[in-house]
Design a protein around this ligand. Structure first.
Ligand SMILES: C[S@@+](CC[C@H](N)C(=O)[O-])C[C@H]1O[C@@H](n2cnc3c(N)ncnc32)[C@H](O)[C@@H]1O
Length: 455
């Protein structure tokens, strides 16, 4: 795994030191180690680390892909990896110190058991990295554990309770309460899969053309799916704004709003703008609101890239306080949530969230919904959705809203609106997408959608 970086490595004092022999294969792994350490110790989301880590950004695109894969795998499979590591201890009570030794072994085992890296390269580079990262004394220990992983790691995985090991227990137990134990395990298992790259095409008439150019299949709802990973800005059509990245699940809410041509639509949690673009592309007059100025900047870039800015009026504001300039035909509330439906893409989400976050989100969602209700014309549609799998943020939230707002009723989602997903329609007429649906196509993100009408 060669790197083409030409920069000099910085020492502890931030000064450049001459490159040493072997740096080309060690350097990306050192960057991965630093990222993994920041993830666990500073509890920062991987995406924000990947976007801001100077040394990561300086890597070649090939090395960036490798590092991203290594770190993401080490997090996605962290429970299994920890178990394999411990099975490799000669003394079960062995203490791991300093903490960097654990991260080194996690990265080493990720490469040996879950990636296509030759065993000797994974072991030797990890041991060498230990020496260069101030963990020289643990060199022999790391070497022994990794050699046991080479010998037995893959076999041990067949004895592991994989979904349980890789899912925080609070989350598995919440899913158990919501869906029953068997379904909870199935959700956890499906959440371990790596998600494909999904695209929404600006002009649906160009779908076939773009499917061919991007190496995609077309899913039953019109989403383009590419199994092979890629750096998005390098793909054909990105700069000209012919498509944007959007999981198949996330494309349903706007589709379920029906005809939006010339309708006023408040998109209350809009950034980075996937759904705003869908609405604008169909001729809606969109008020795109988001509390985060940074994320809103990404929305601005996205609507400029796709040439949809004339249909969008933007505002950086708390959606629960934003003053609508007119009564709206429709409101889309893609509410902030614990995002546990997107663990396939963001395995870190599972580990950085806590049970308490669910209640905090429920409160924010409730305030946003109440405010959304007031800005709608009668006969208007409130489309509520989240990418959380917890029912408290979906079915529970909407049922609670309806118990407080008798001026609203459910507009039940119909099977013909969600191709090959009729099993996802609940008795109340909501859409509850689970990550193991559409398994034959490679699954989709977990999502919840409710369509309500103001009487
Ligand atoms: C699920 S994401 C939205 C994704 C977006 N709709 C799309 O399709 O690209 C939720 C968004 O809600 C925003 N947010 C969180 N709390 C908010 C609030 N009180 N008011 C407005 N936006 C908020 C976050 O900044 C985040 O961008």
């Amino acid at each position: 795994m060669a790197a083409d970086h030409s920069h000099r490595q910085k020492n502890k004092d931030g000064q450049s030191s001459p490159k040493q022999k072997g740096d080309d294969i060690l350097w990306p792994r050192k960057v991965a180690l630093s990222l993994l350490q920041s993830f666990w110790e500073e509890e920062k989301f991987l995406d924000s680390l990947f976007e801001s880590h100077g040394d990561f950004l300086k890597l070649s695109s090939r090395d960036r892909n490798f590092v991203r894969m290594m770190v993401t795998t080490a997090v996605r499979r962290s429970g299994q990896i920890e178990d394999i590591m411990r099975r490799g201890f000669s003394d079960p009570k062995q203490k791991i110190s300093p903490s960097i030794v654990r991260y080194l072994m996690h990265l080493g085992i990720a490469q040996i058991v879950f990636m296509n890296v030759p065993d000797h390269a994974a072991v030797n580079t990890t041991v060498e990295l230990a020496v260069r990262s101030g963990a020289k004394r643990a060199k022999g220990f790391i070497n022994a554990v990794l050699r046991r992983a080479v010998e037995n790691g893959k076999k041990w995985t067949t004895e592991q309770d994989i979904p349980r090991l890789n899912t925080p227990s609070w989350l598995l137990s919440m899913w158990g309460k919501d869906y029953g134990k068997a379904y909870a395990v199935e959700i956890a298992q499906a959440s371990l899969a790596e998600a494909a790259l999904d695209f929404t095409v600006l002009d649906p008439l160009d779908k076939e053309d773009w499917a061919e150019k991007l190496g995609c299949t077309i899913l039953p709802n019109g989403t383009l799916r590419r199994v092979e990973n890629a750096l998005i800005p390098d793909l054909q059509g990105y700069n000209e704004g012919a498509w944007w990245v959007q999981d198949a699940s996330a494309s349903f809410p706007v589709k379920l709003m029906g005809d939006v041509l010339n309708k006023s639509v408040a998109d209350l949690c809009a950034a980075p703008g996937g759904k705003t673009m869908q609405l604008a592309a169909q001729g809606a007059k969109v008020y795109a609101v988001d509390r985060s100025a940074t994320r809103m900047k990404r929305l601005d870039d996205n609507i400029a890239r796709t040439g949809l800015q004339d249909n969008v009026i933007t505002a950086v504001s708390d959606g629960a306080l934003w003053k609508a300039p007119e009564q709206m035909d429709m409101v889309l509330l893609d509410a902030p949530c614990t995002a546990t439906g997107t663990i396939r893409r963001n395995p870190d989400a599972a580990w950085l969230k806590k049970a308490d976050d669910v209640q905090a989100m429920v409160k924010i969602q409730r305030d946003l919904m109440d405010h959304a209700a007031n800005m709608l014309k009668s006969g208007g549609v409130l489309l509520y959705c989240t990418c959380s799998l917890q029912k408290a943020e979906g079915e529970g939230q909407v049922n609670d809203f309806l118990s407080r707002h008798d001026g609203f009723e459910v507009q039940a989602i119909q099977p013909n609106e969600v191709p090959e997903l009729s099993q996802a329609i609940t008795d109340e007429g909501y859409l509850r997408l689970l990550p193991f649906y559409w398994a034959a196509y490679g699954g989709l993100d977990g999502f919840f959608v409710a369509r309500l009408m103001k009487k």
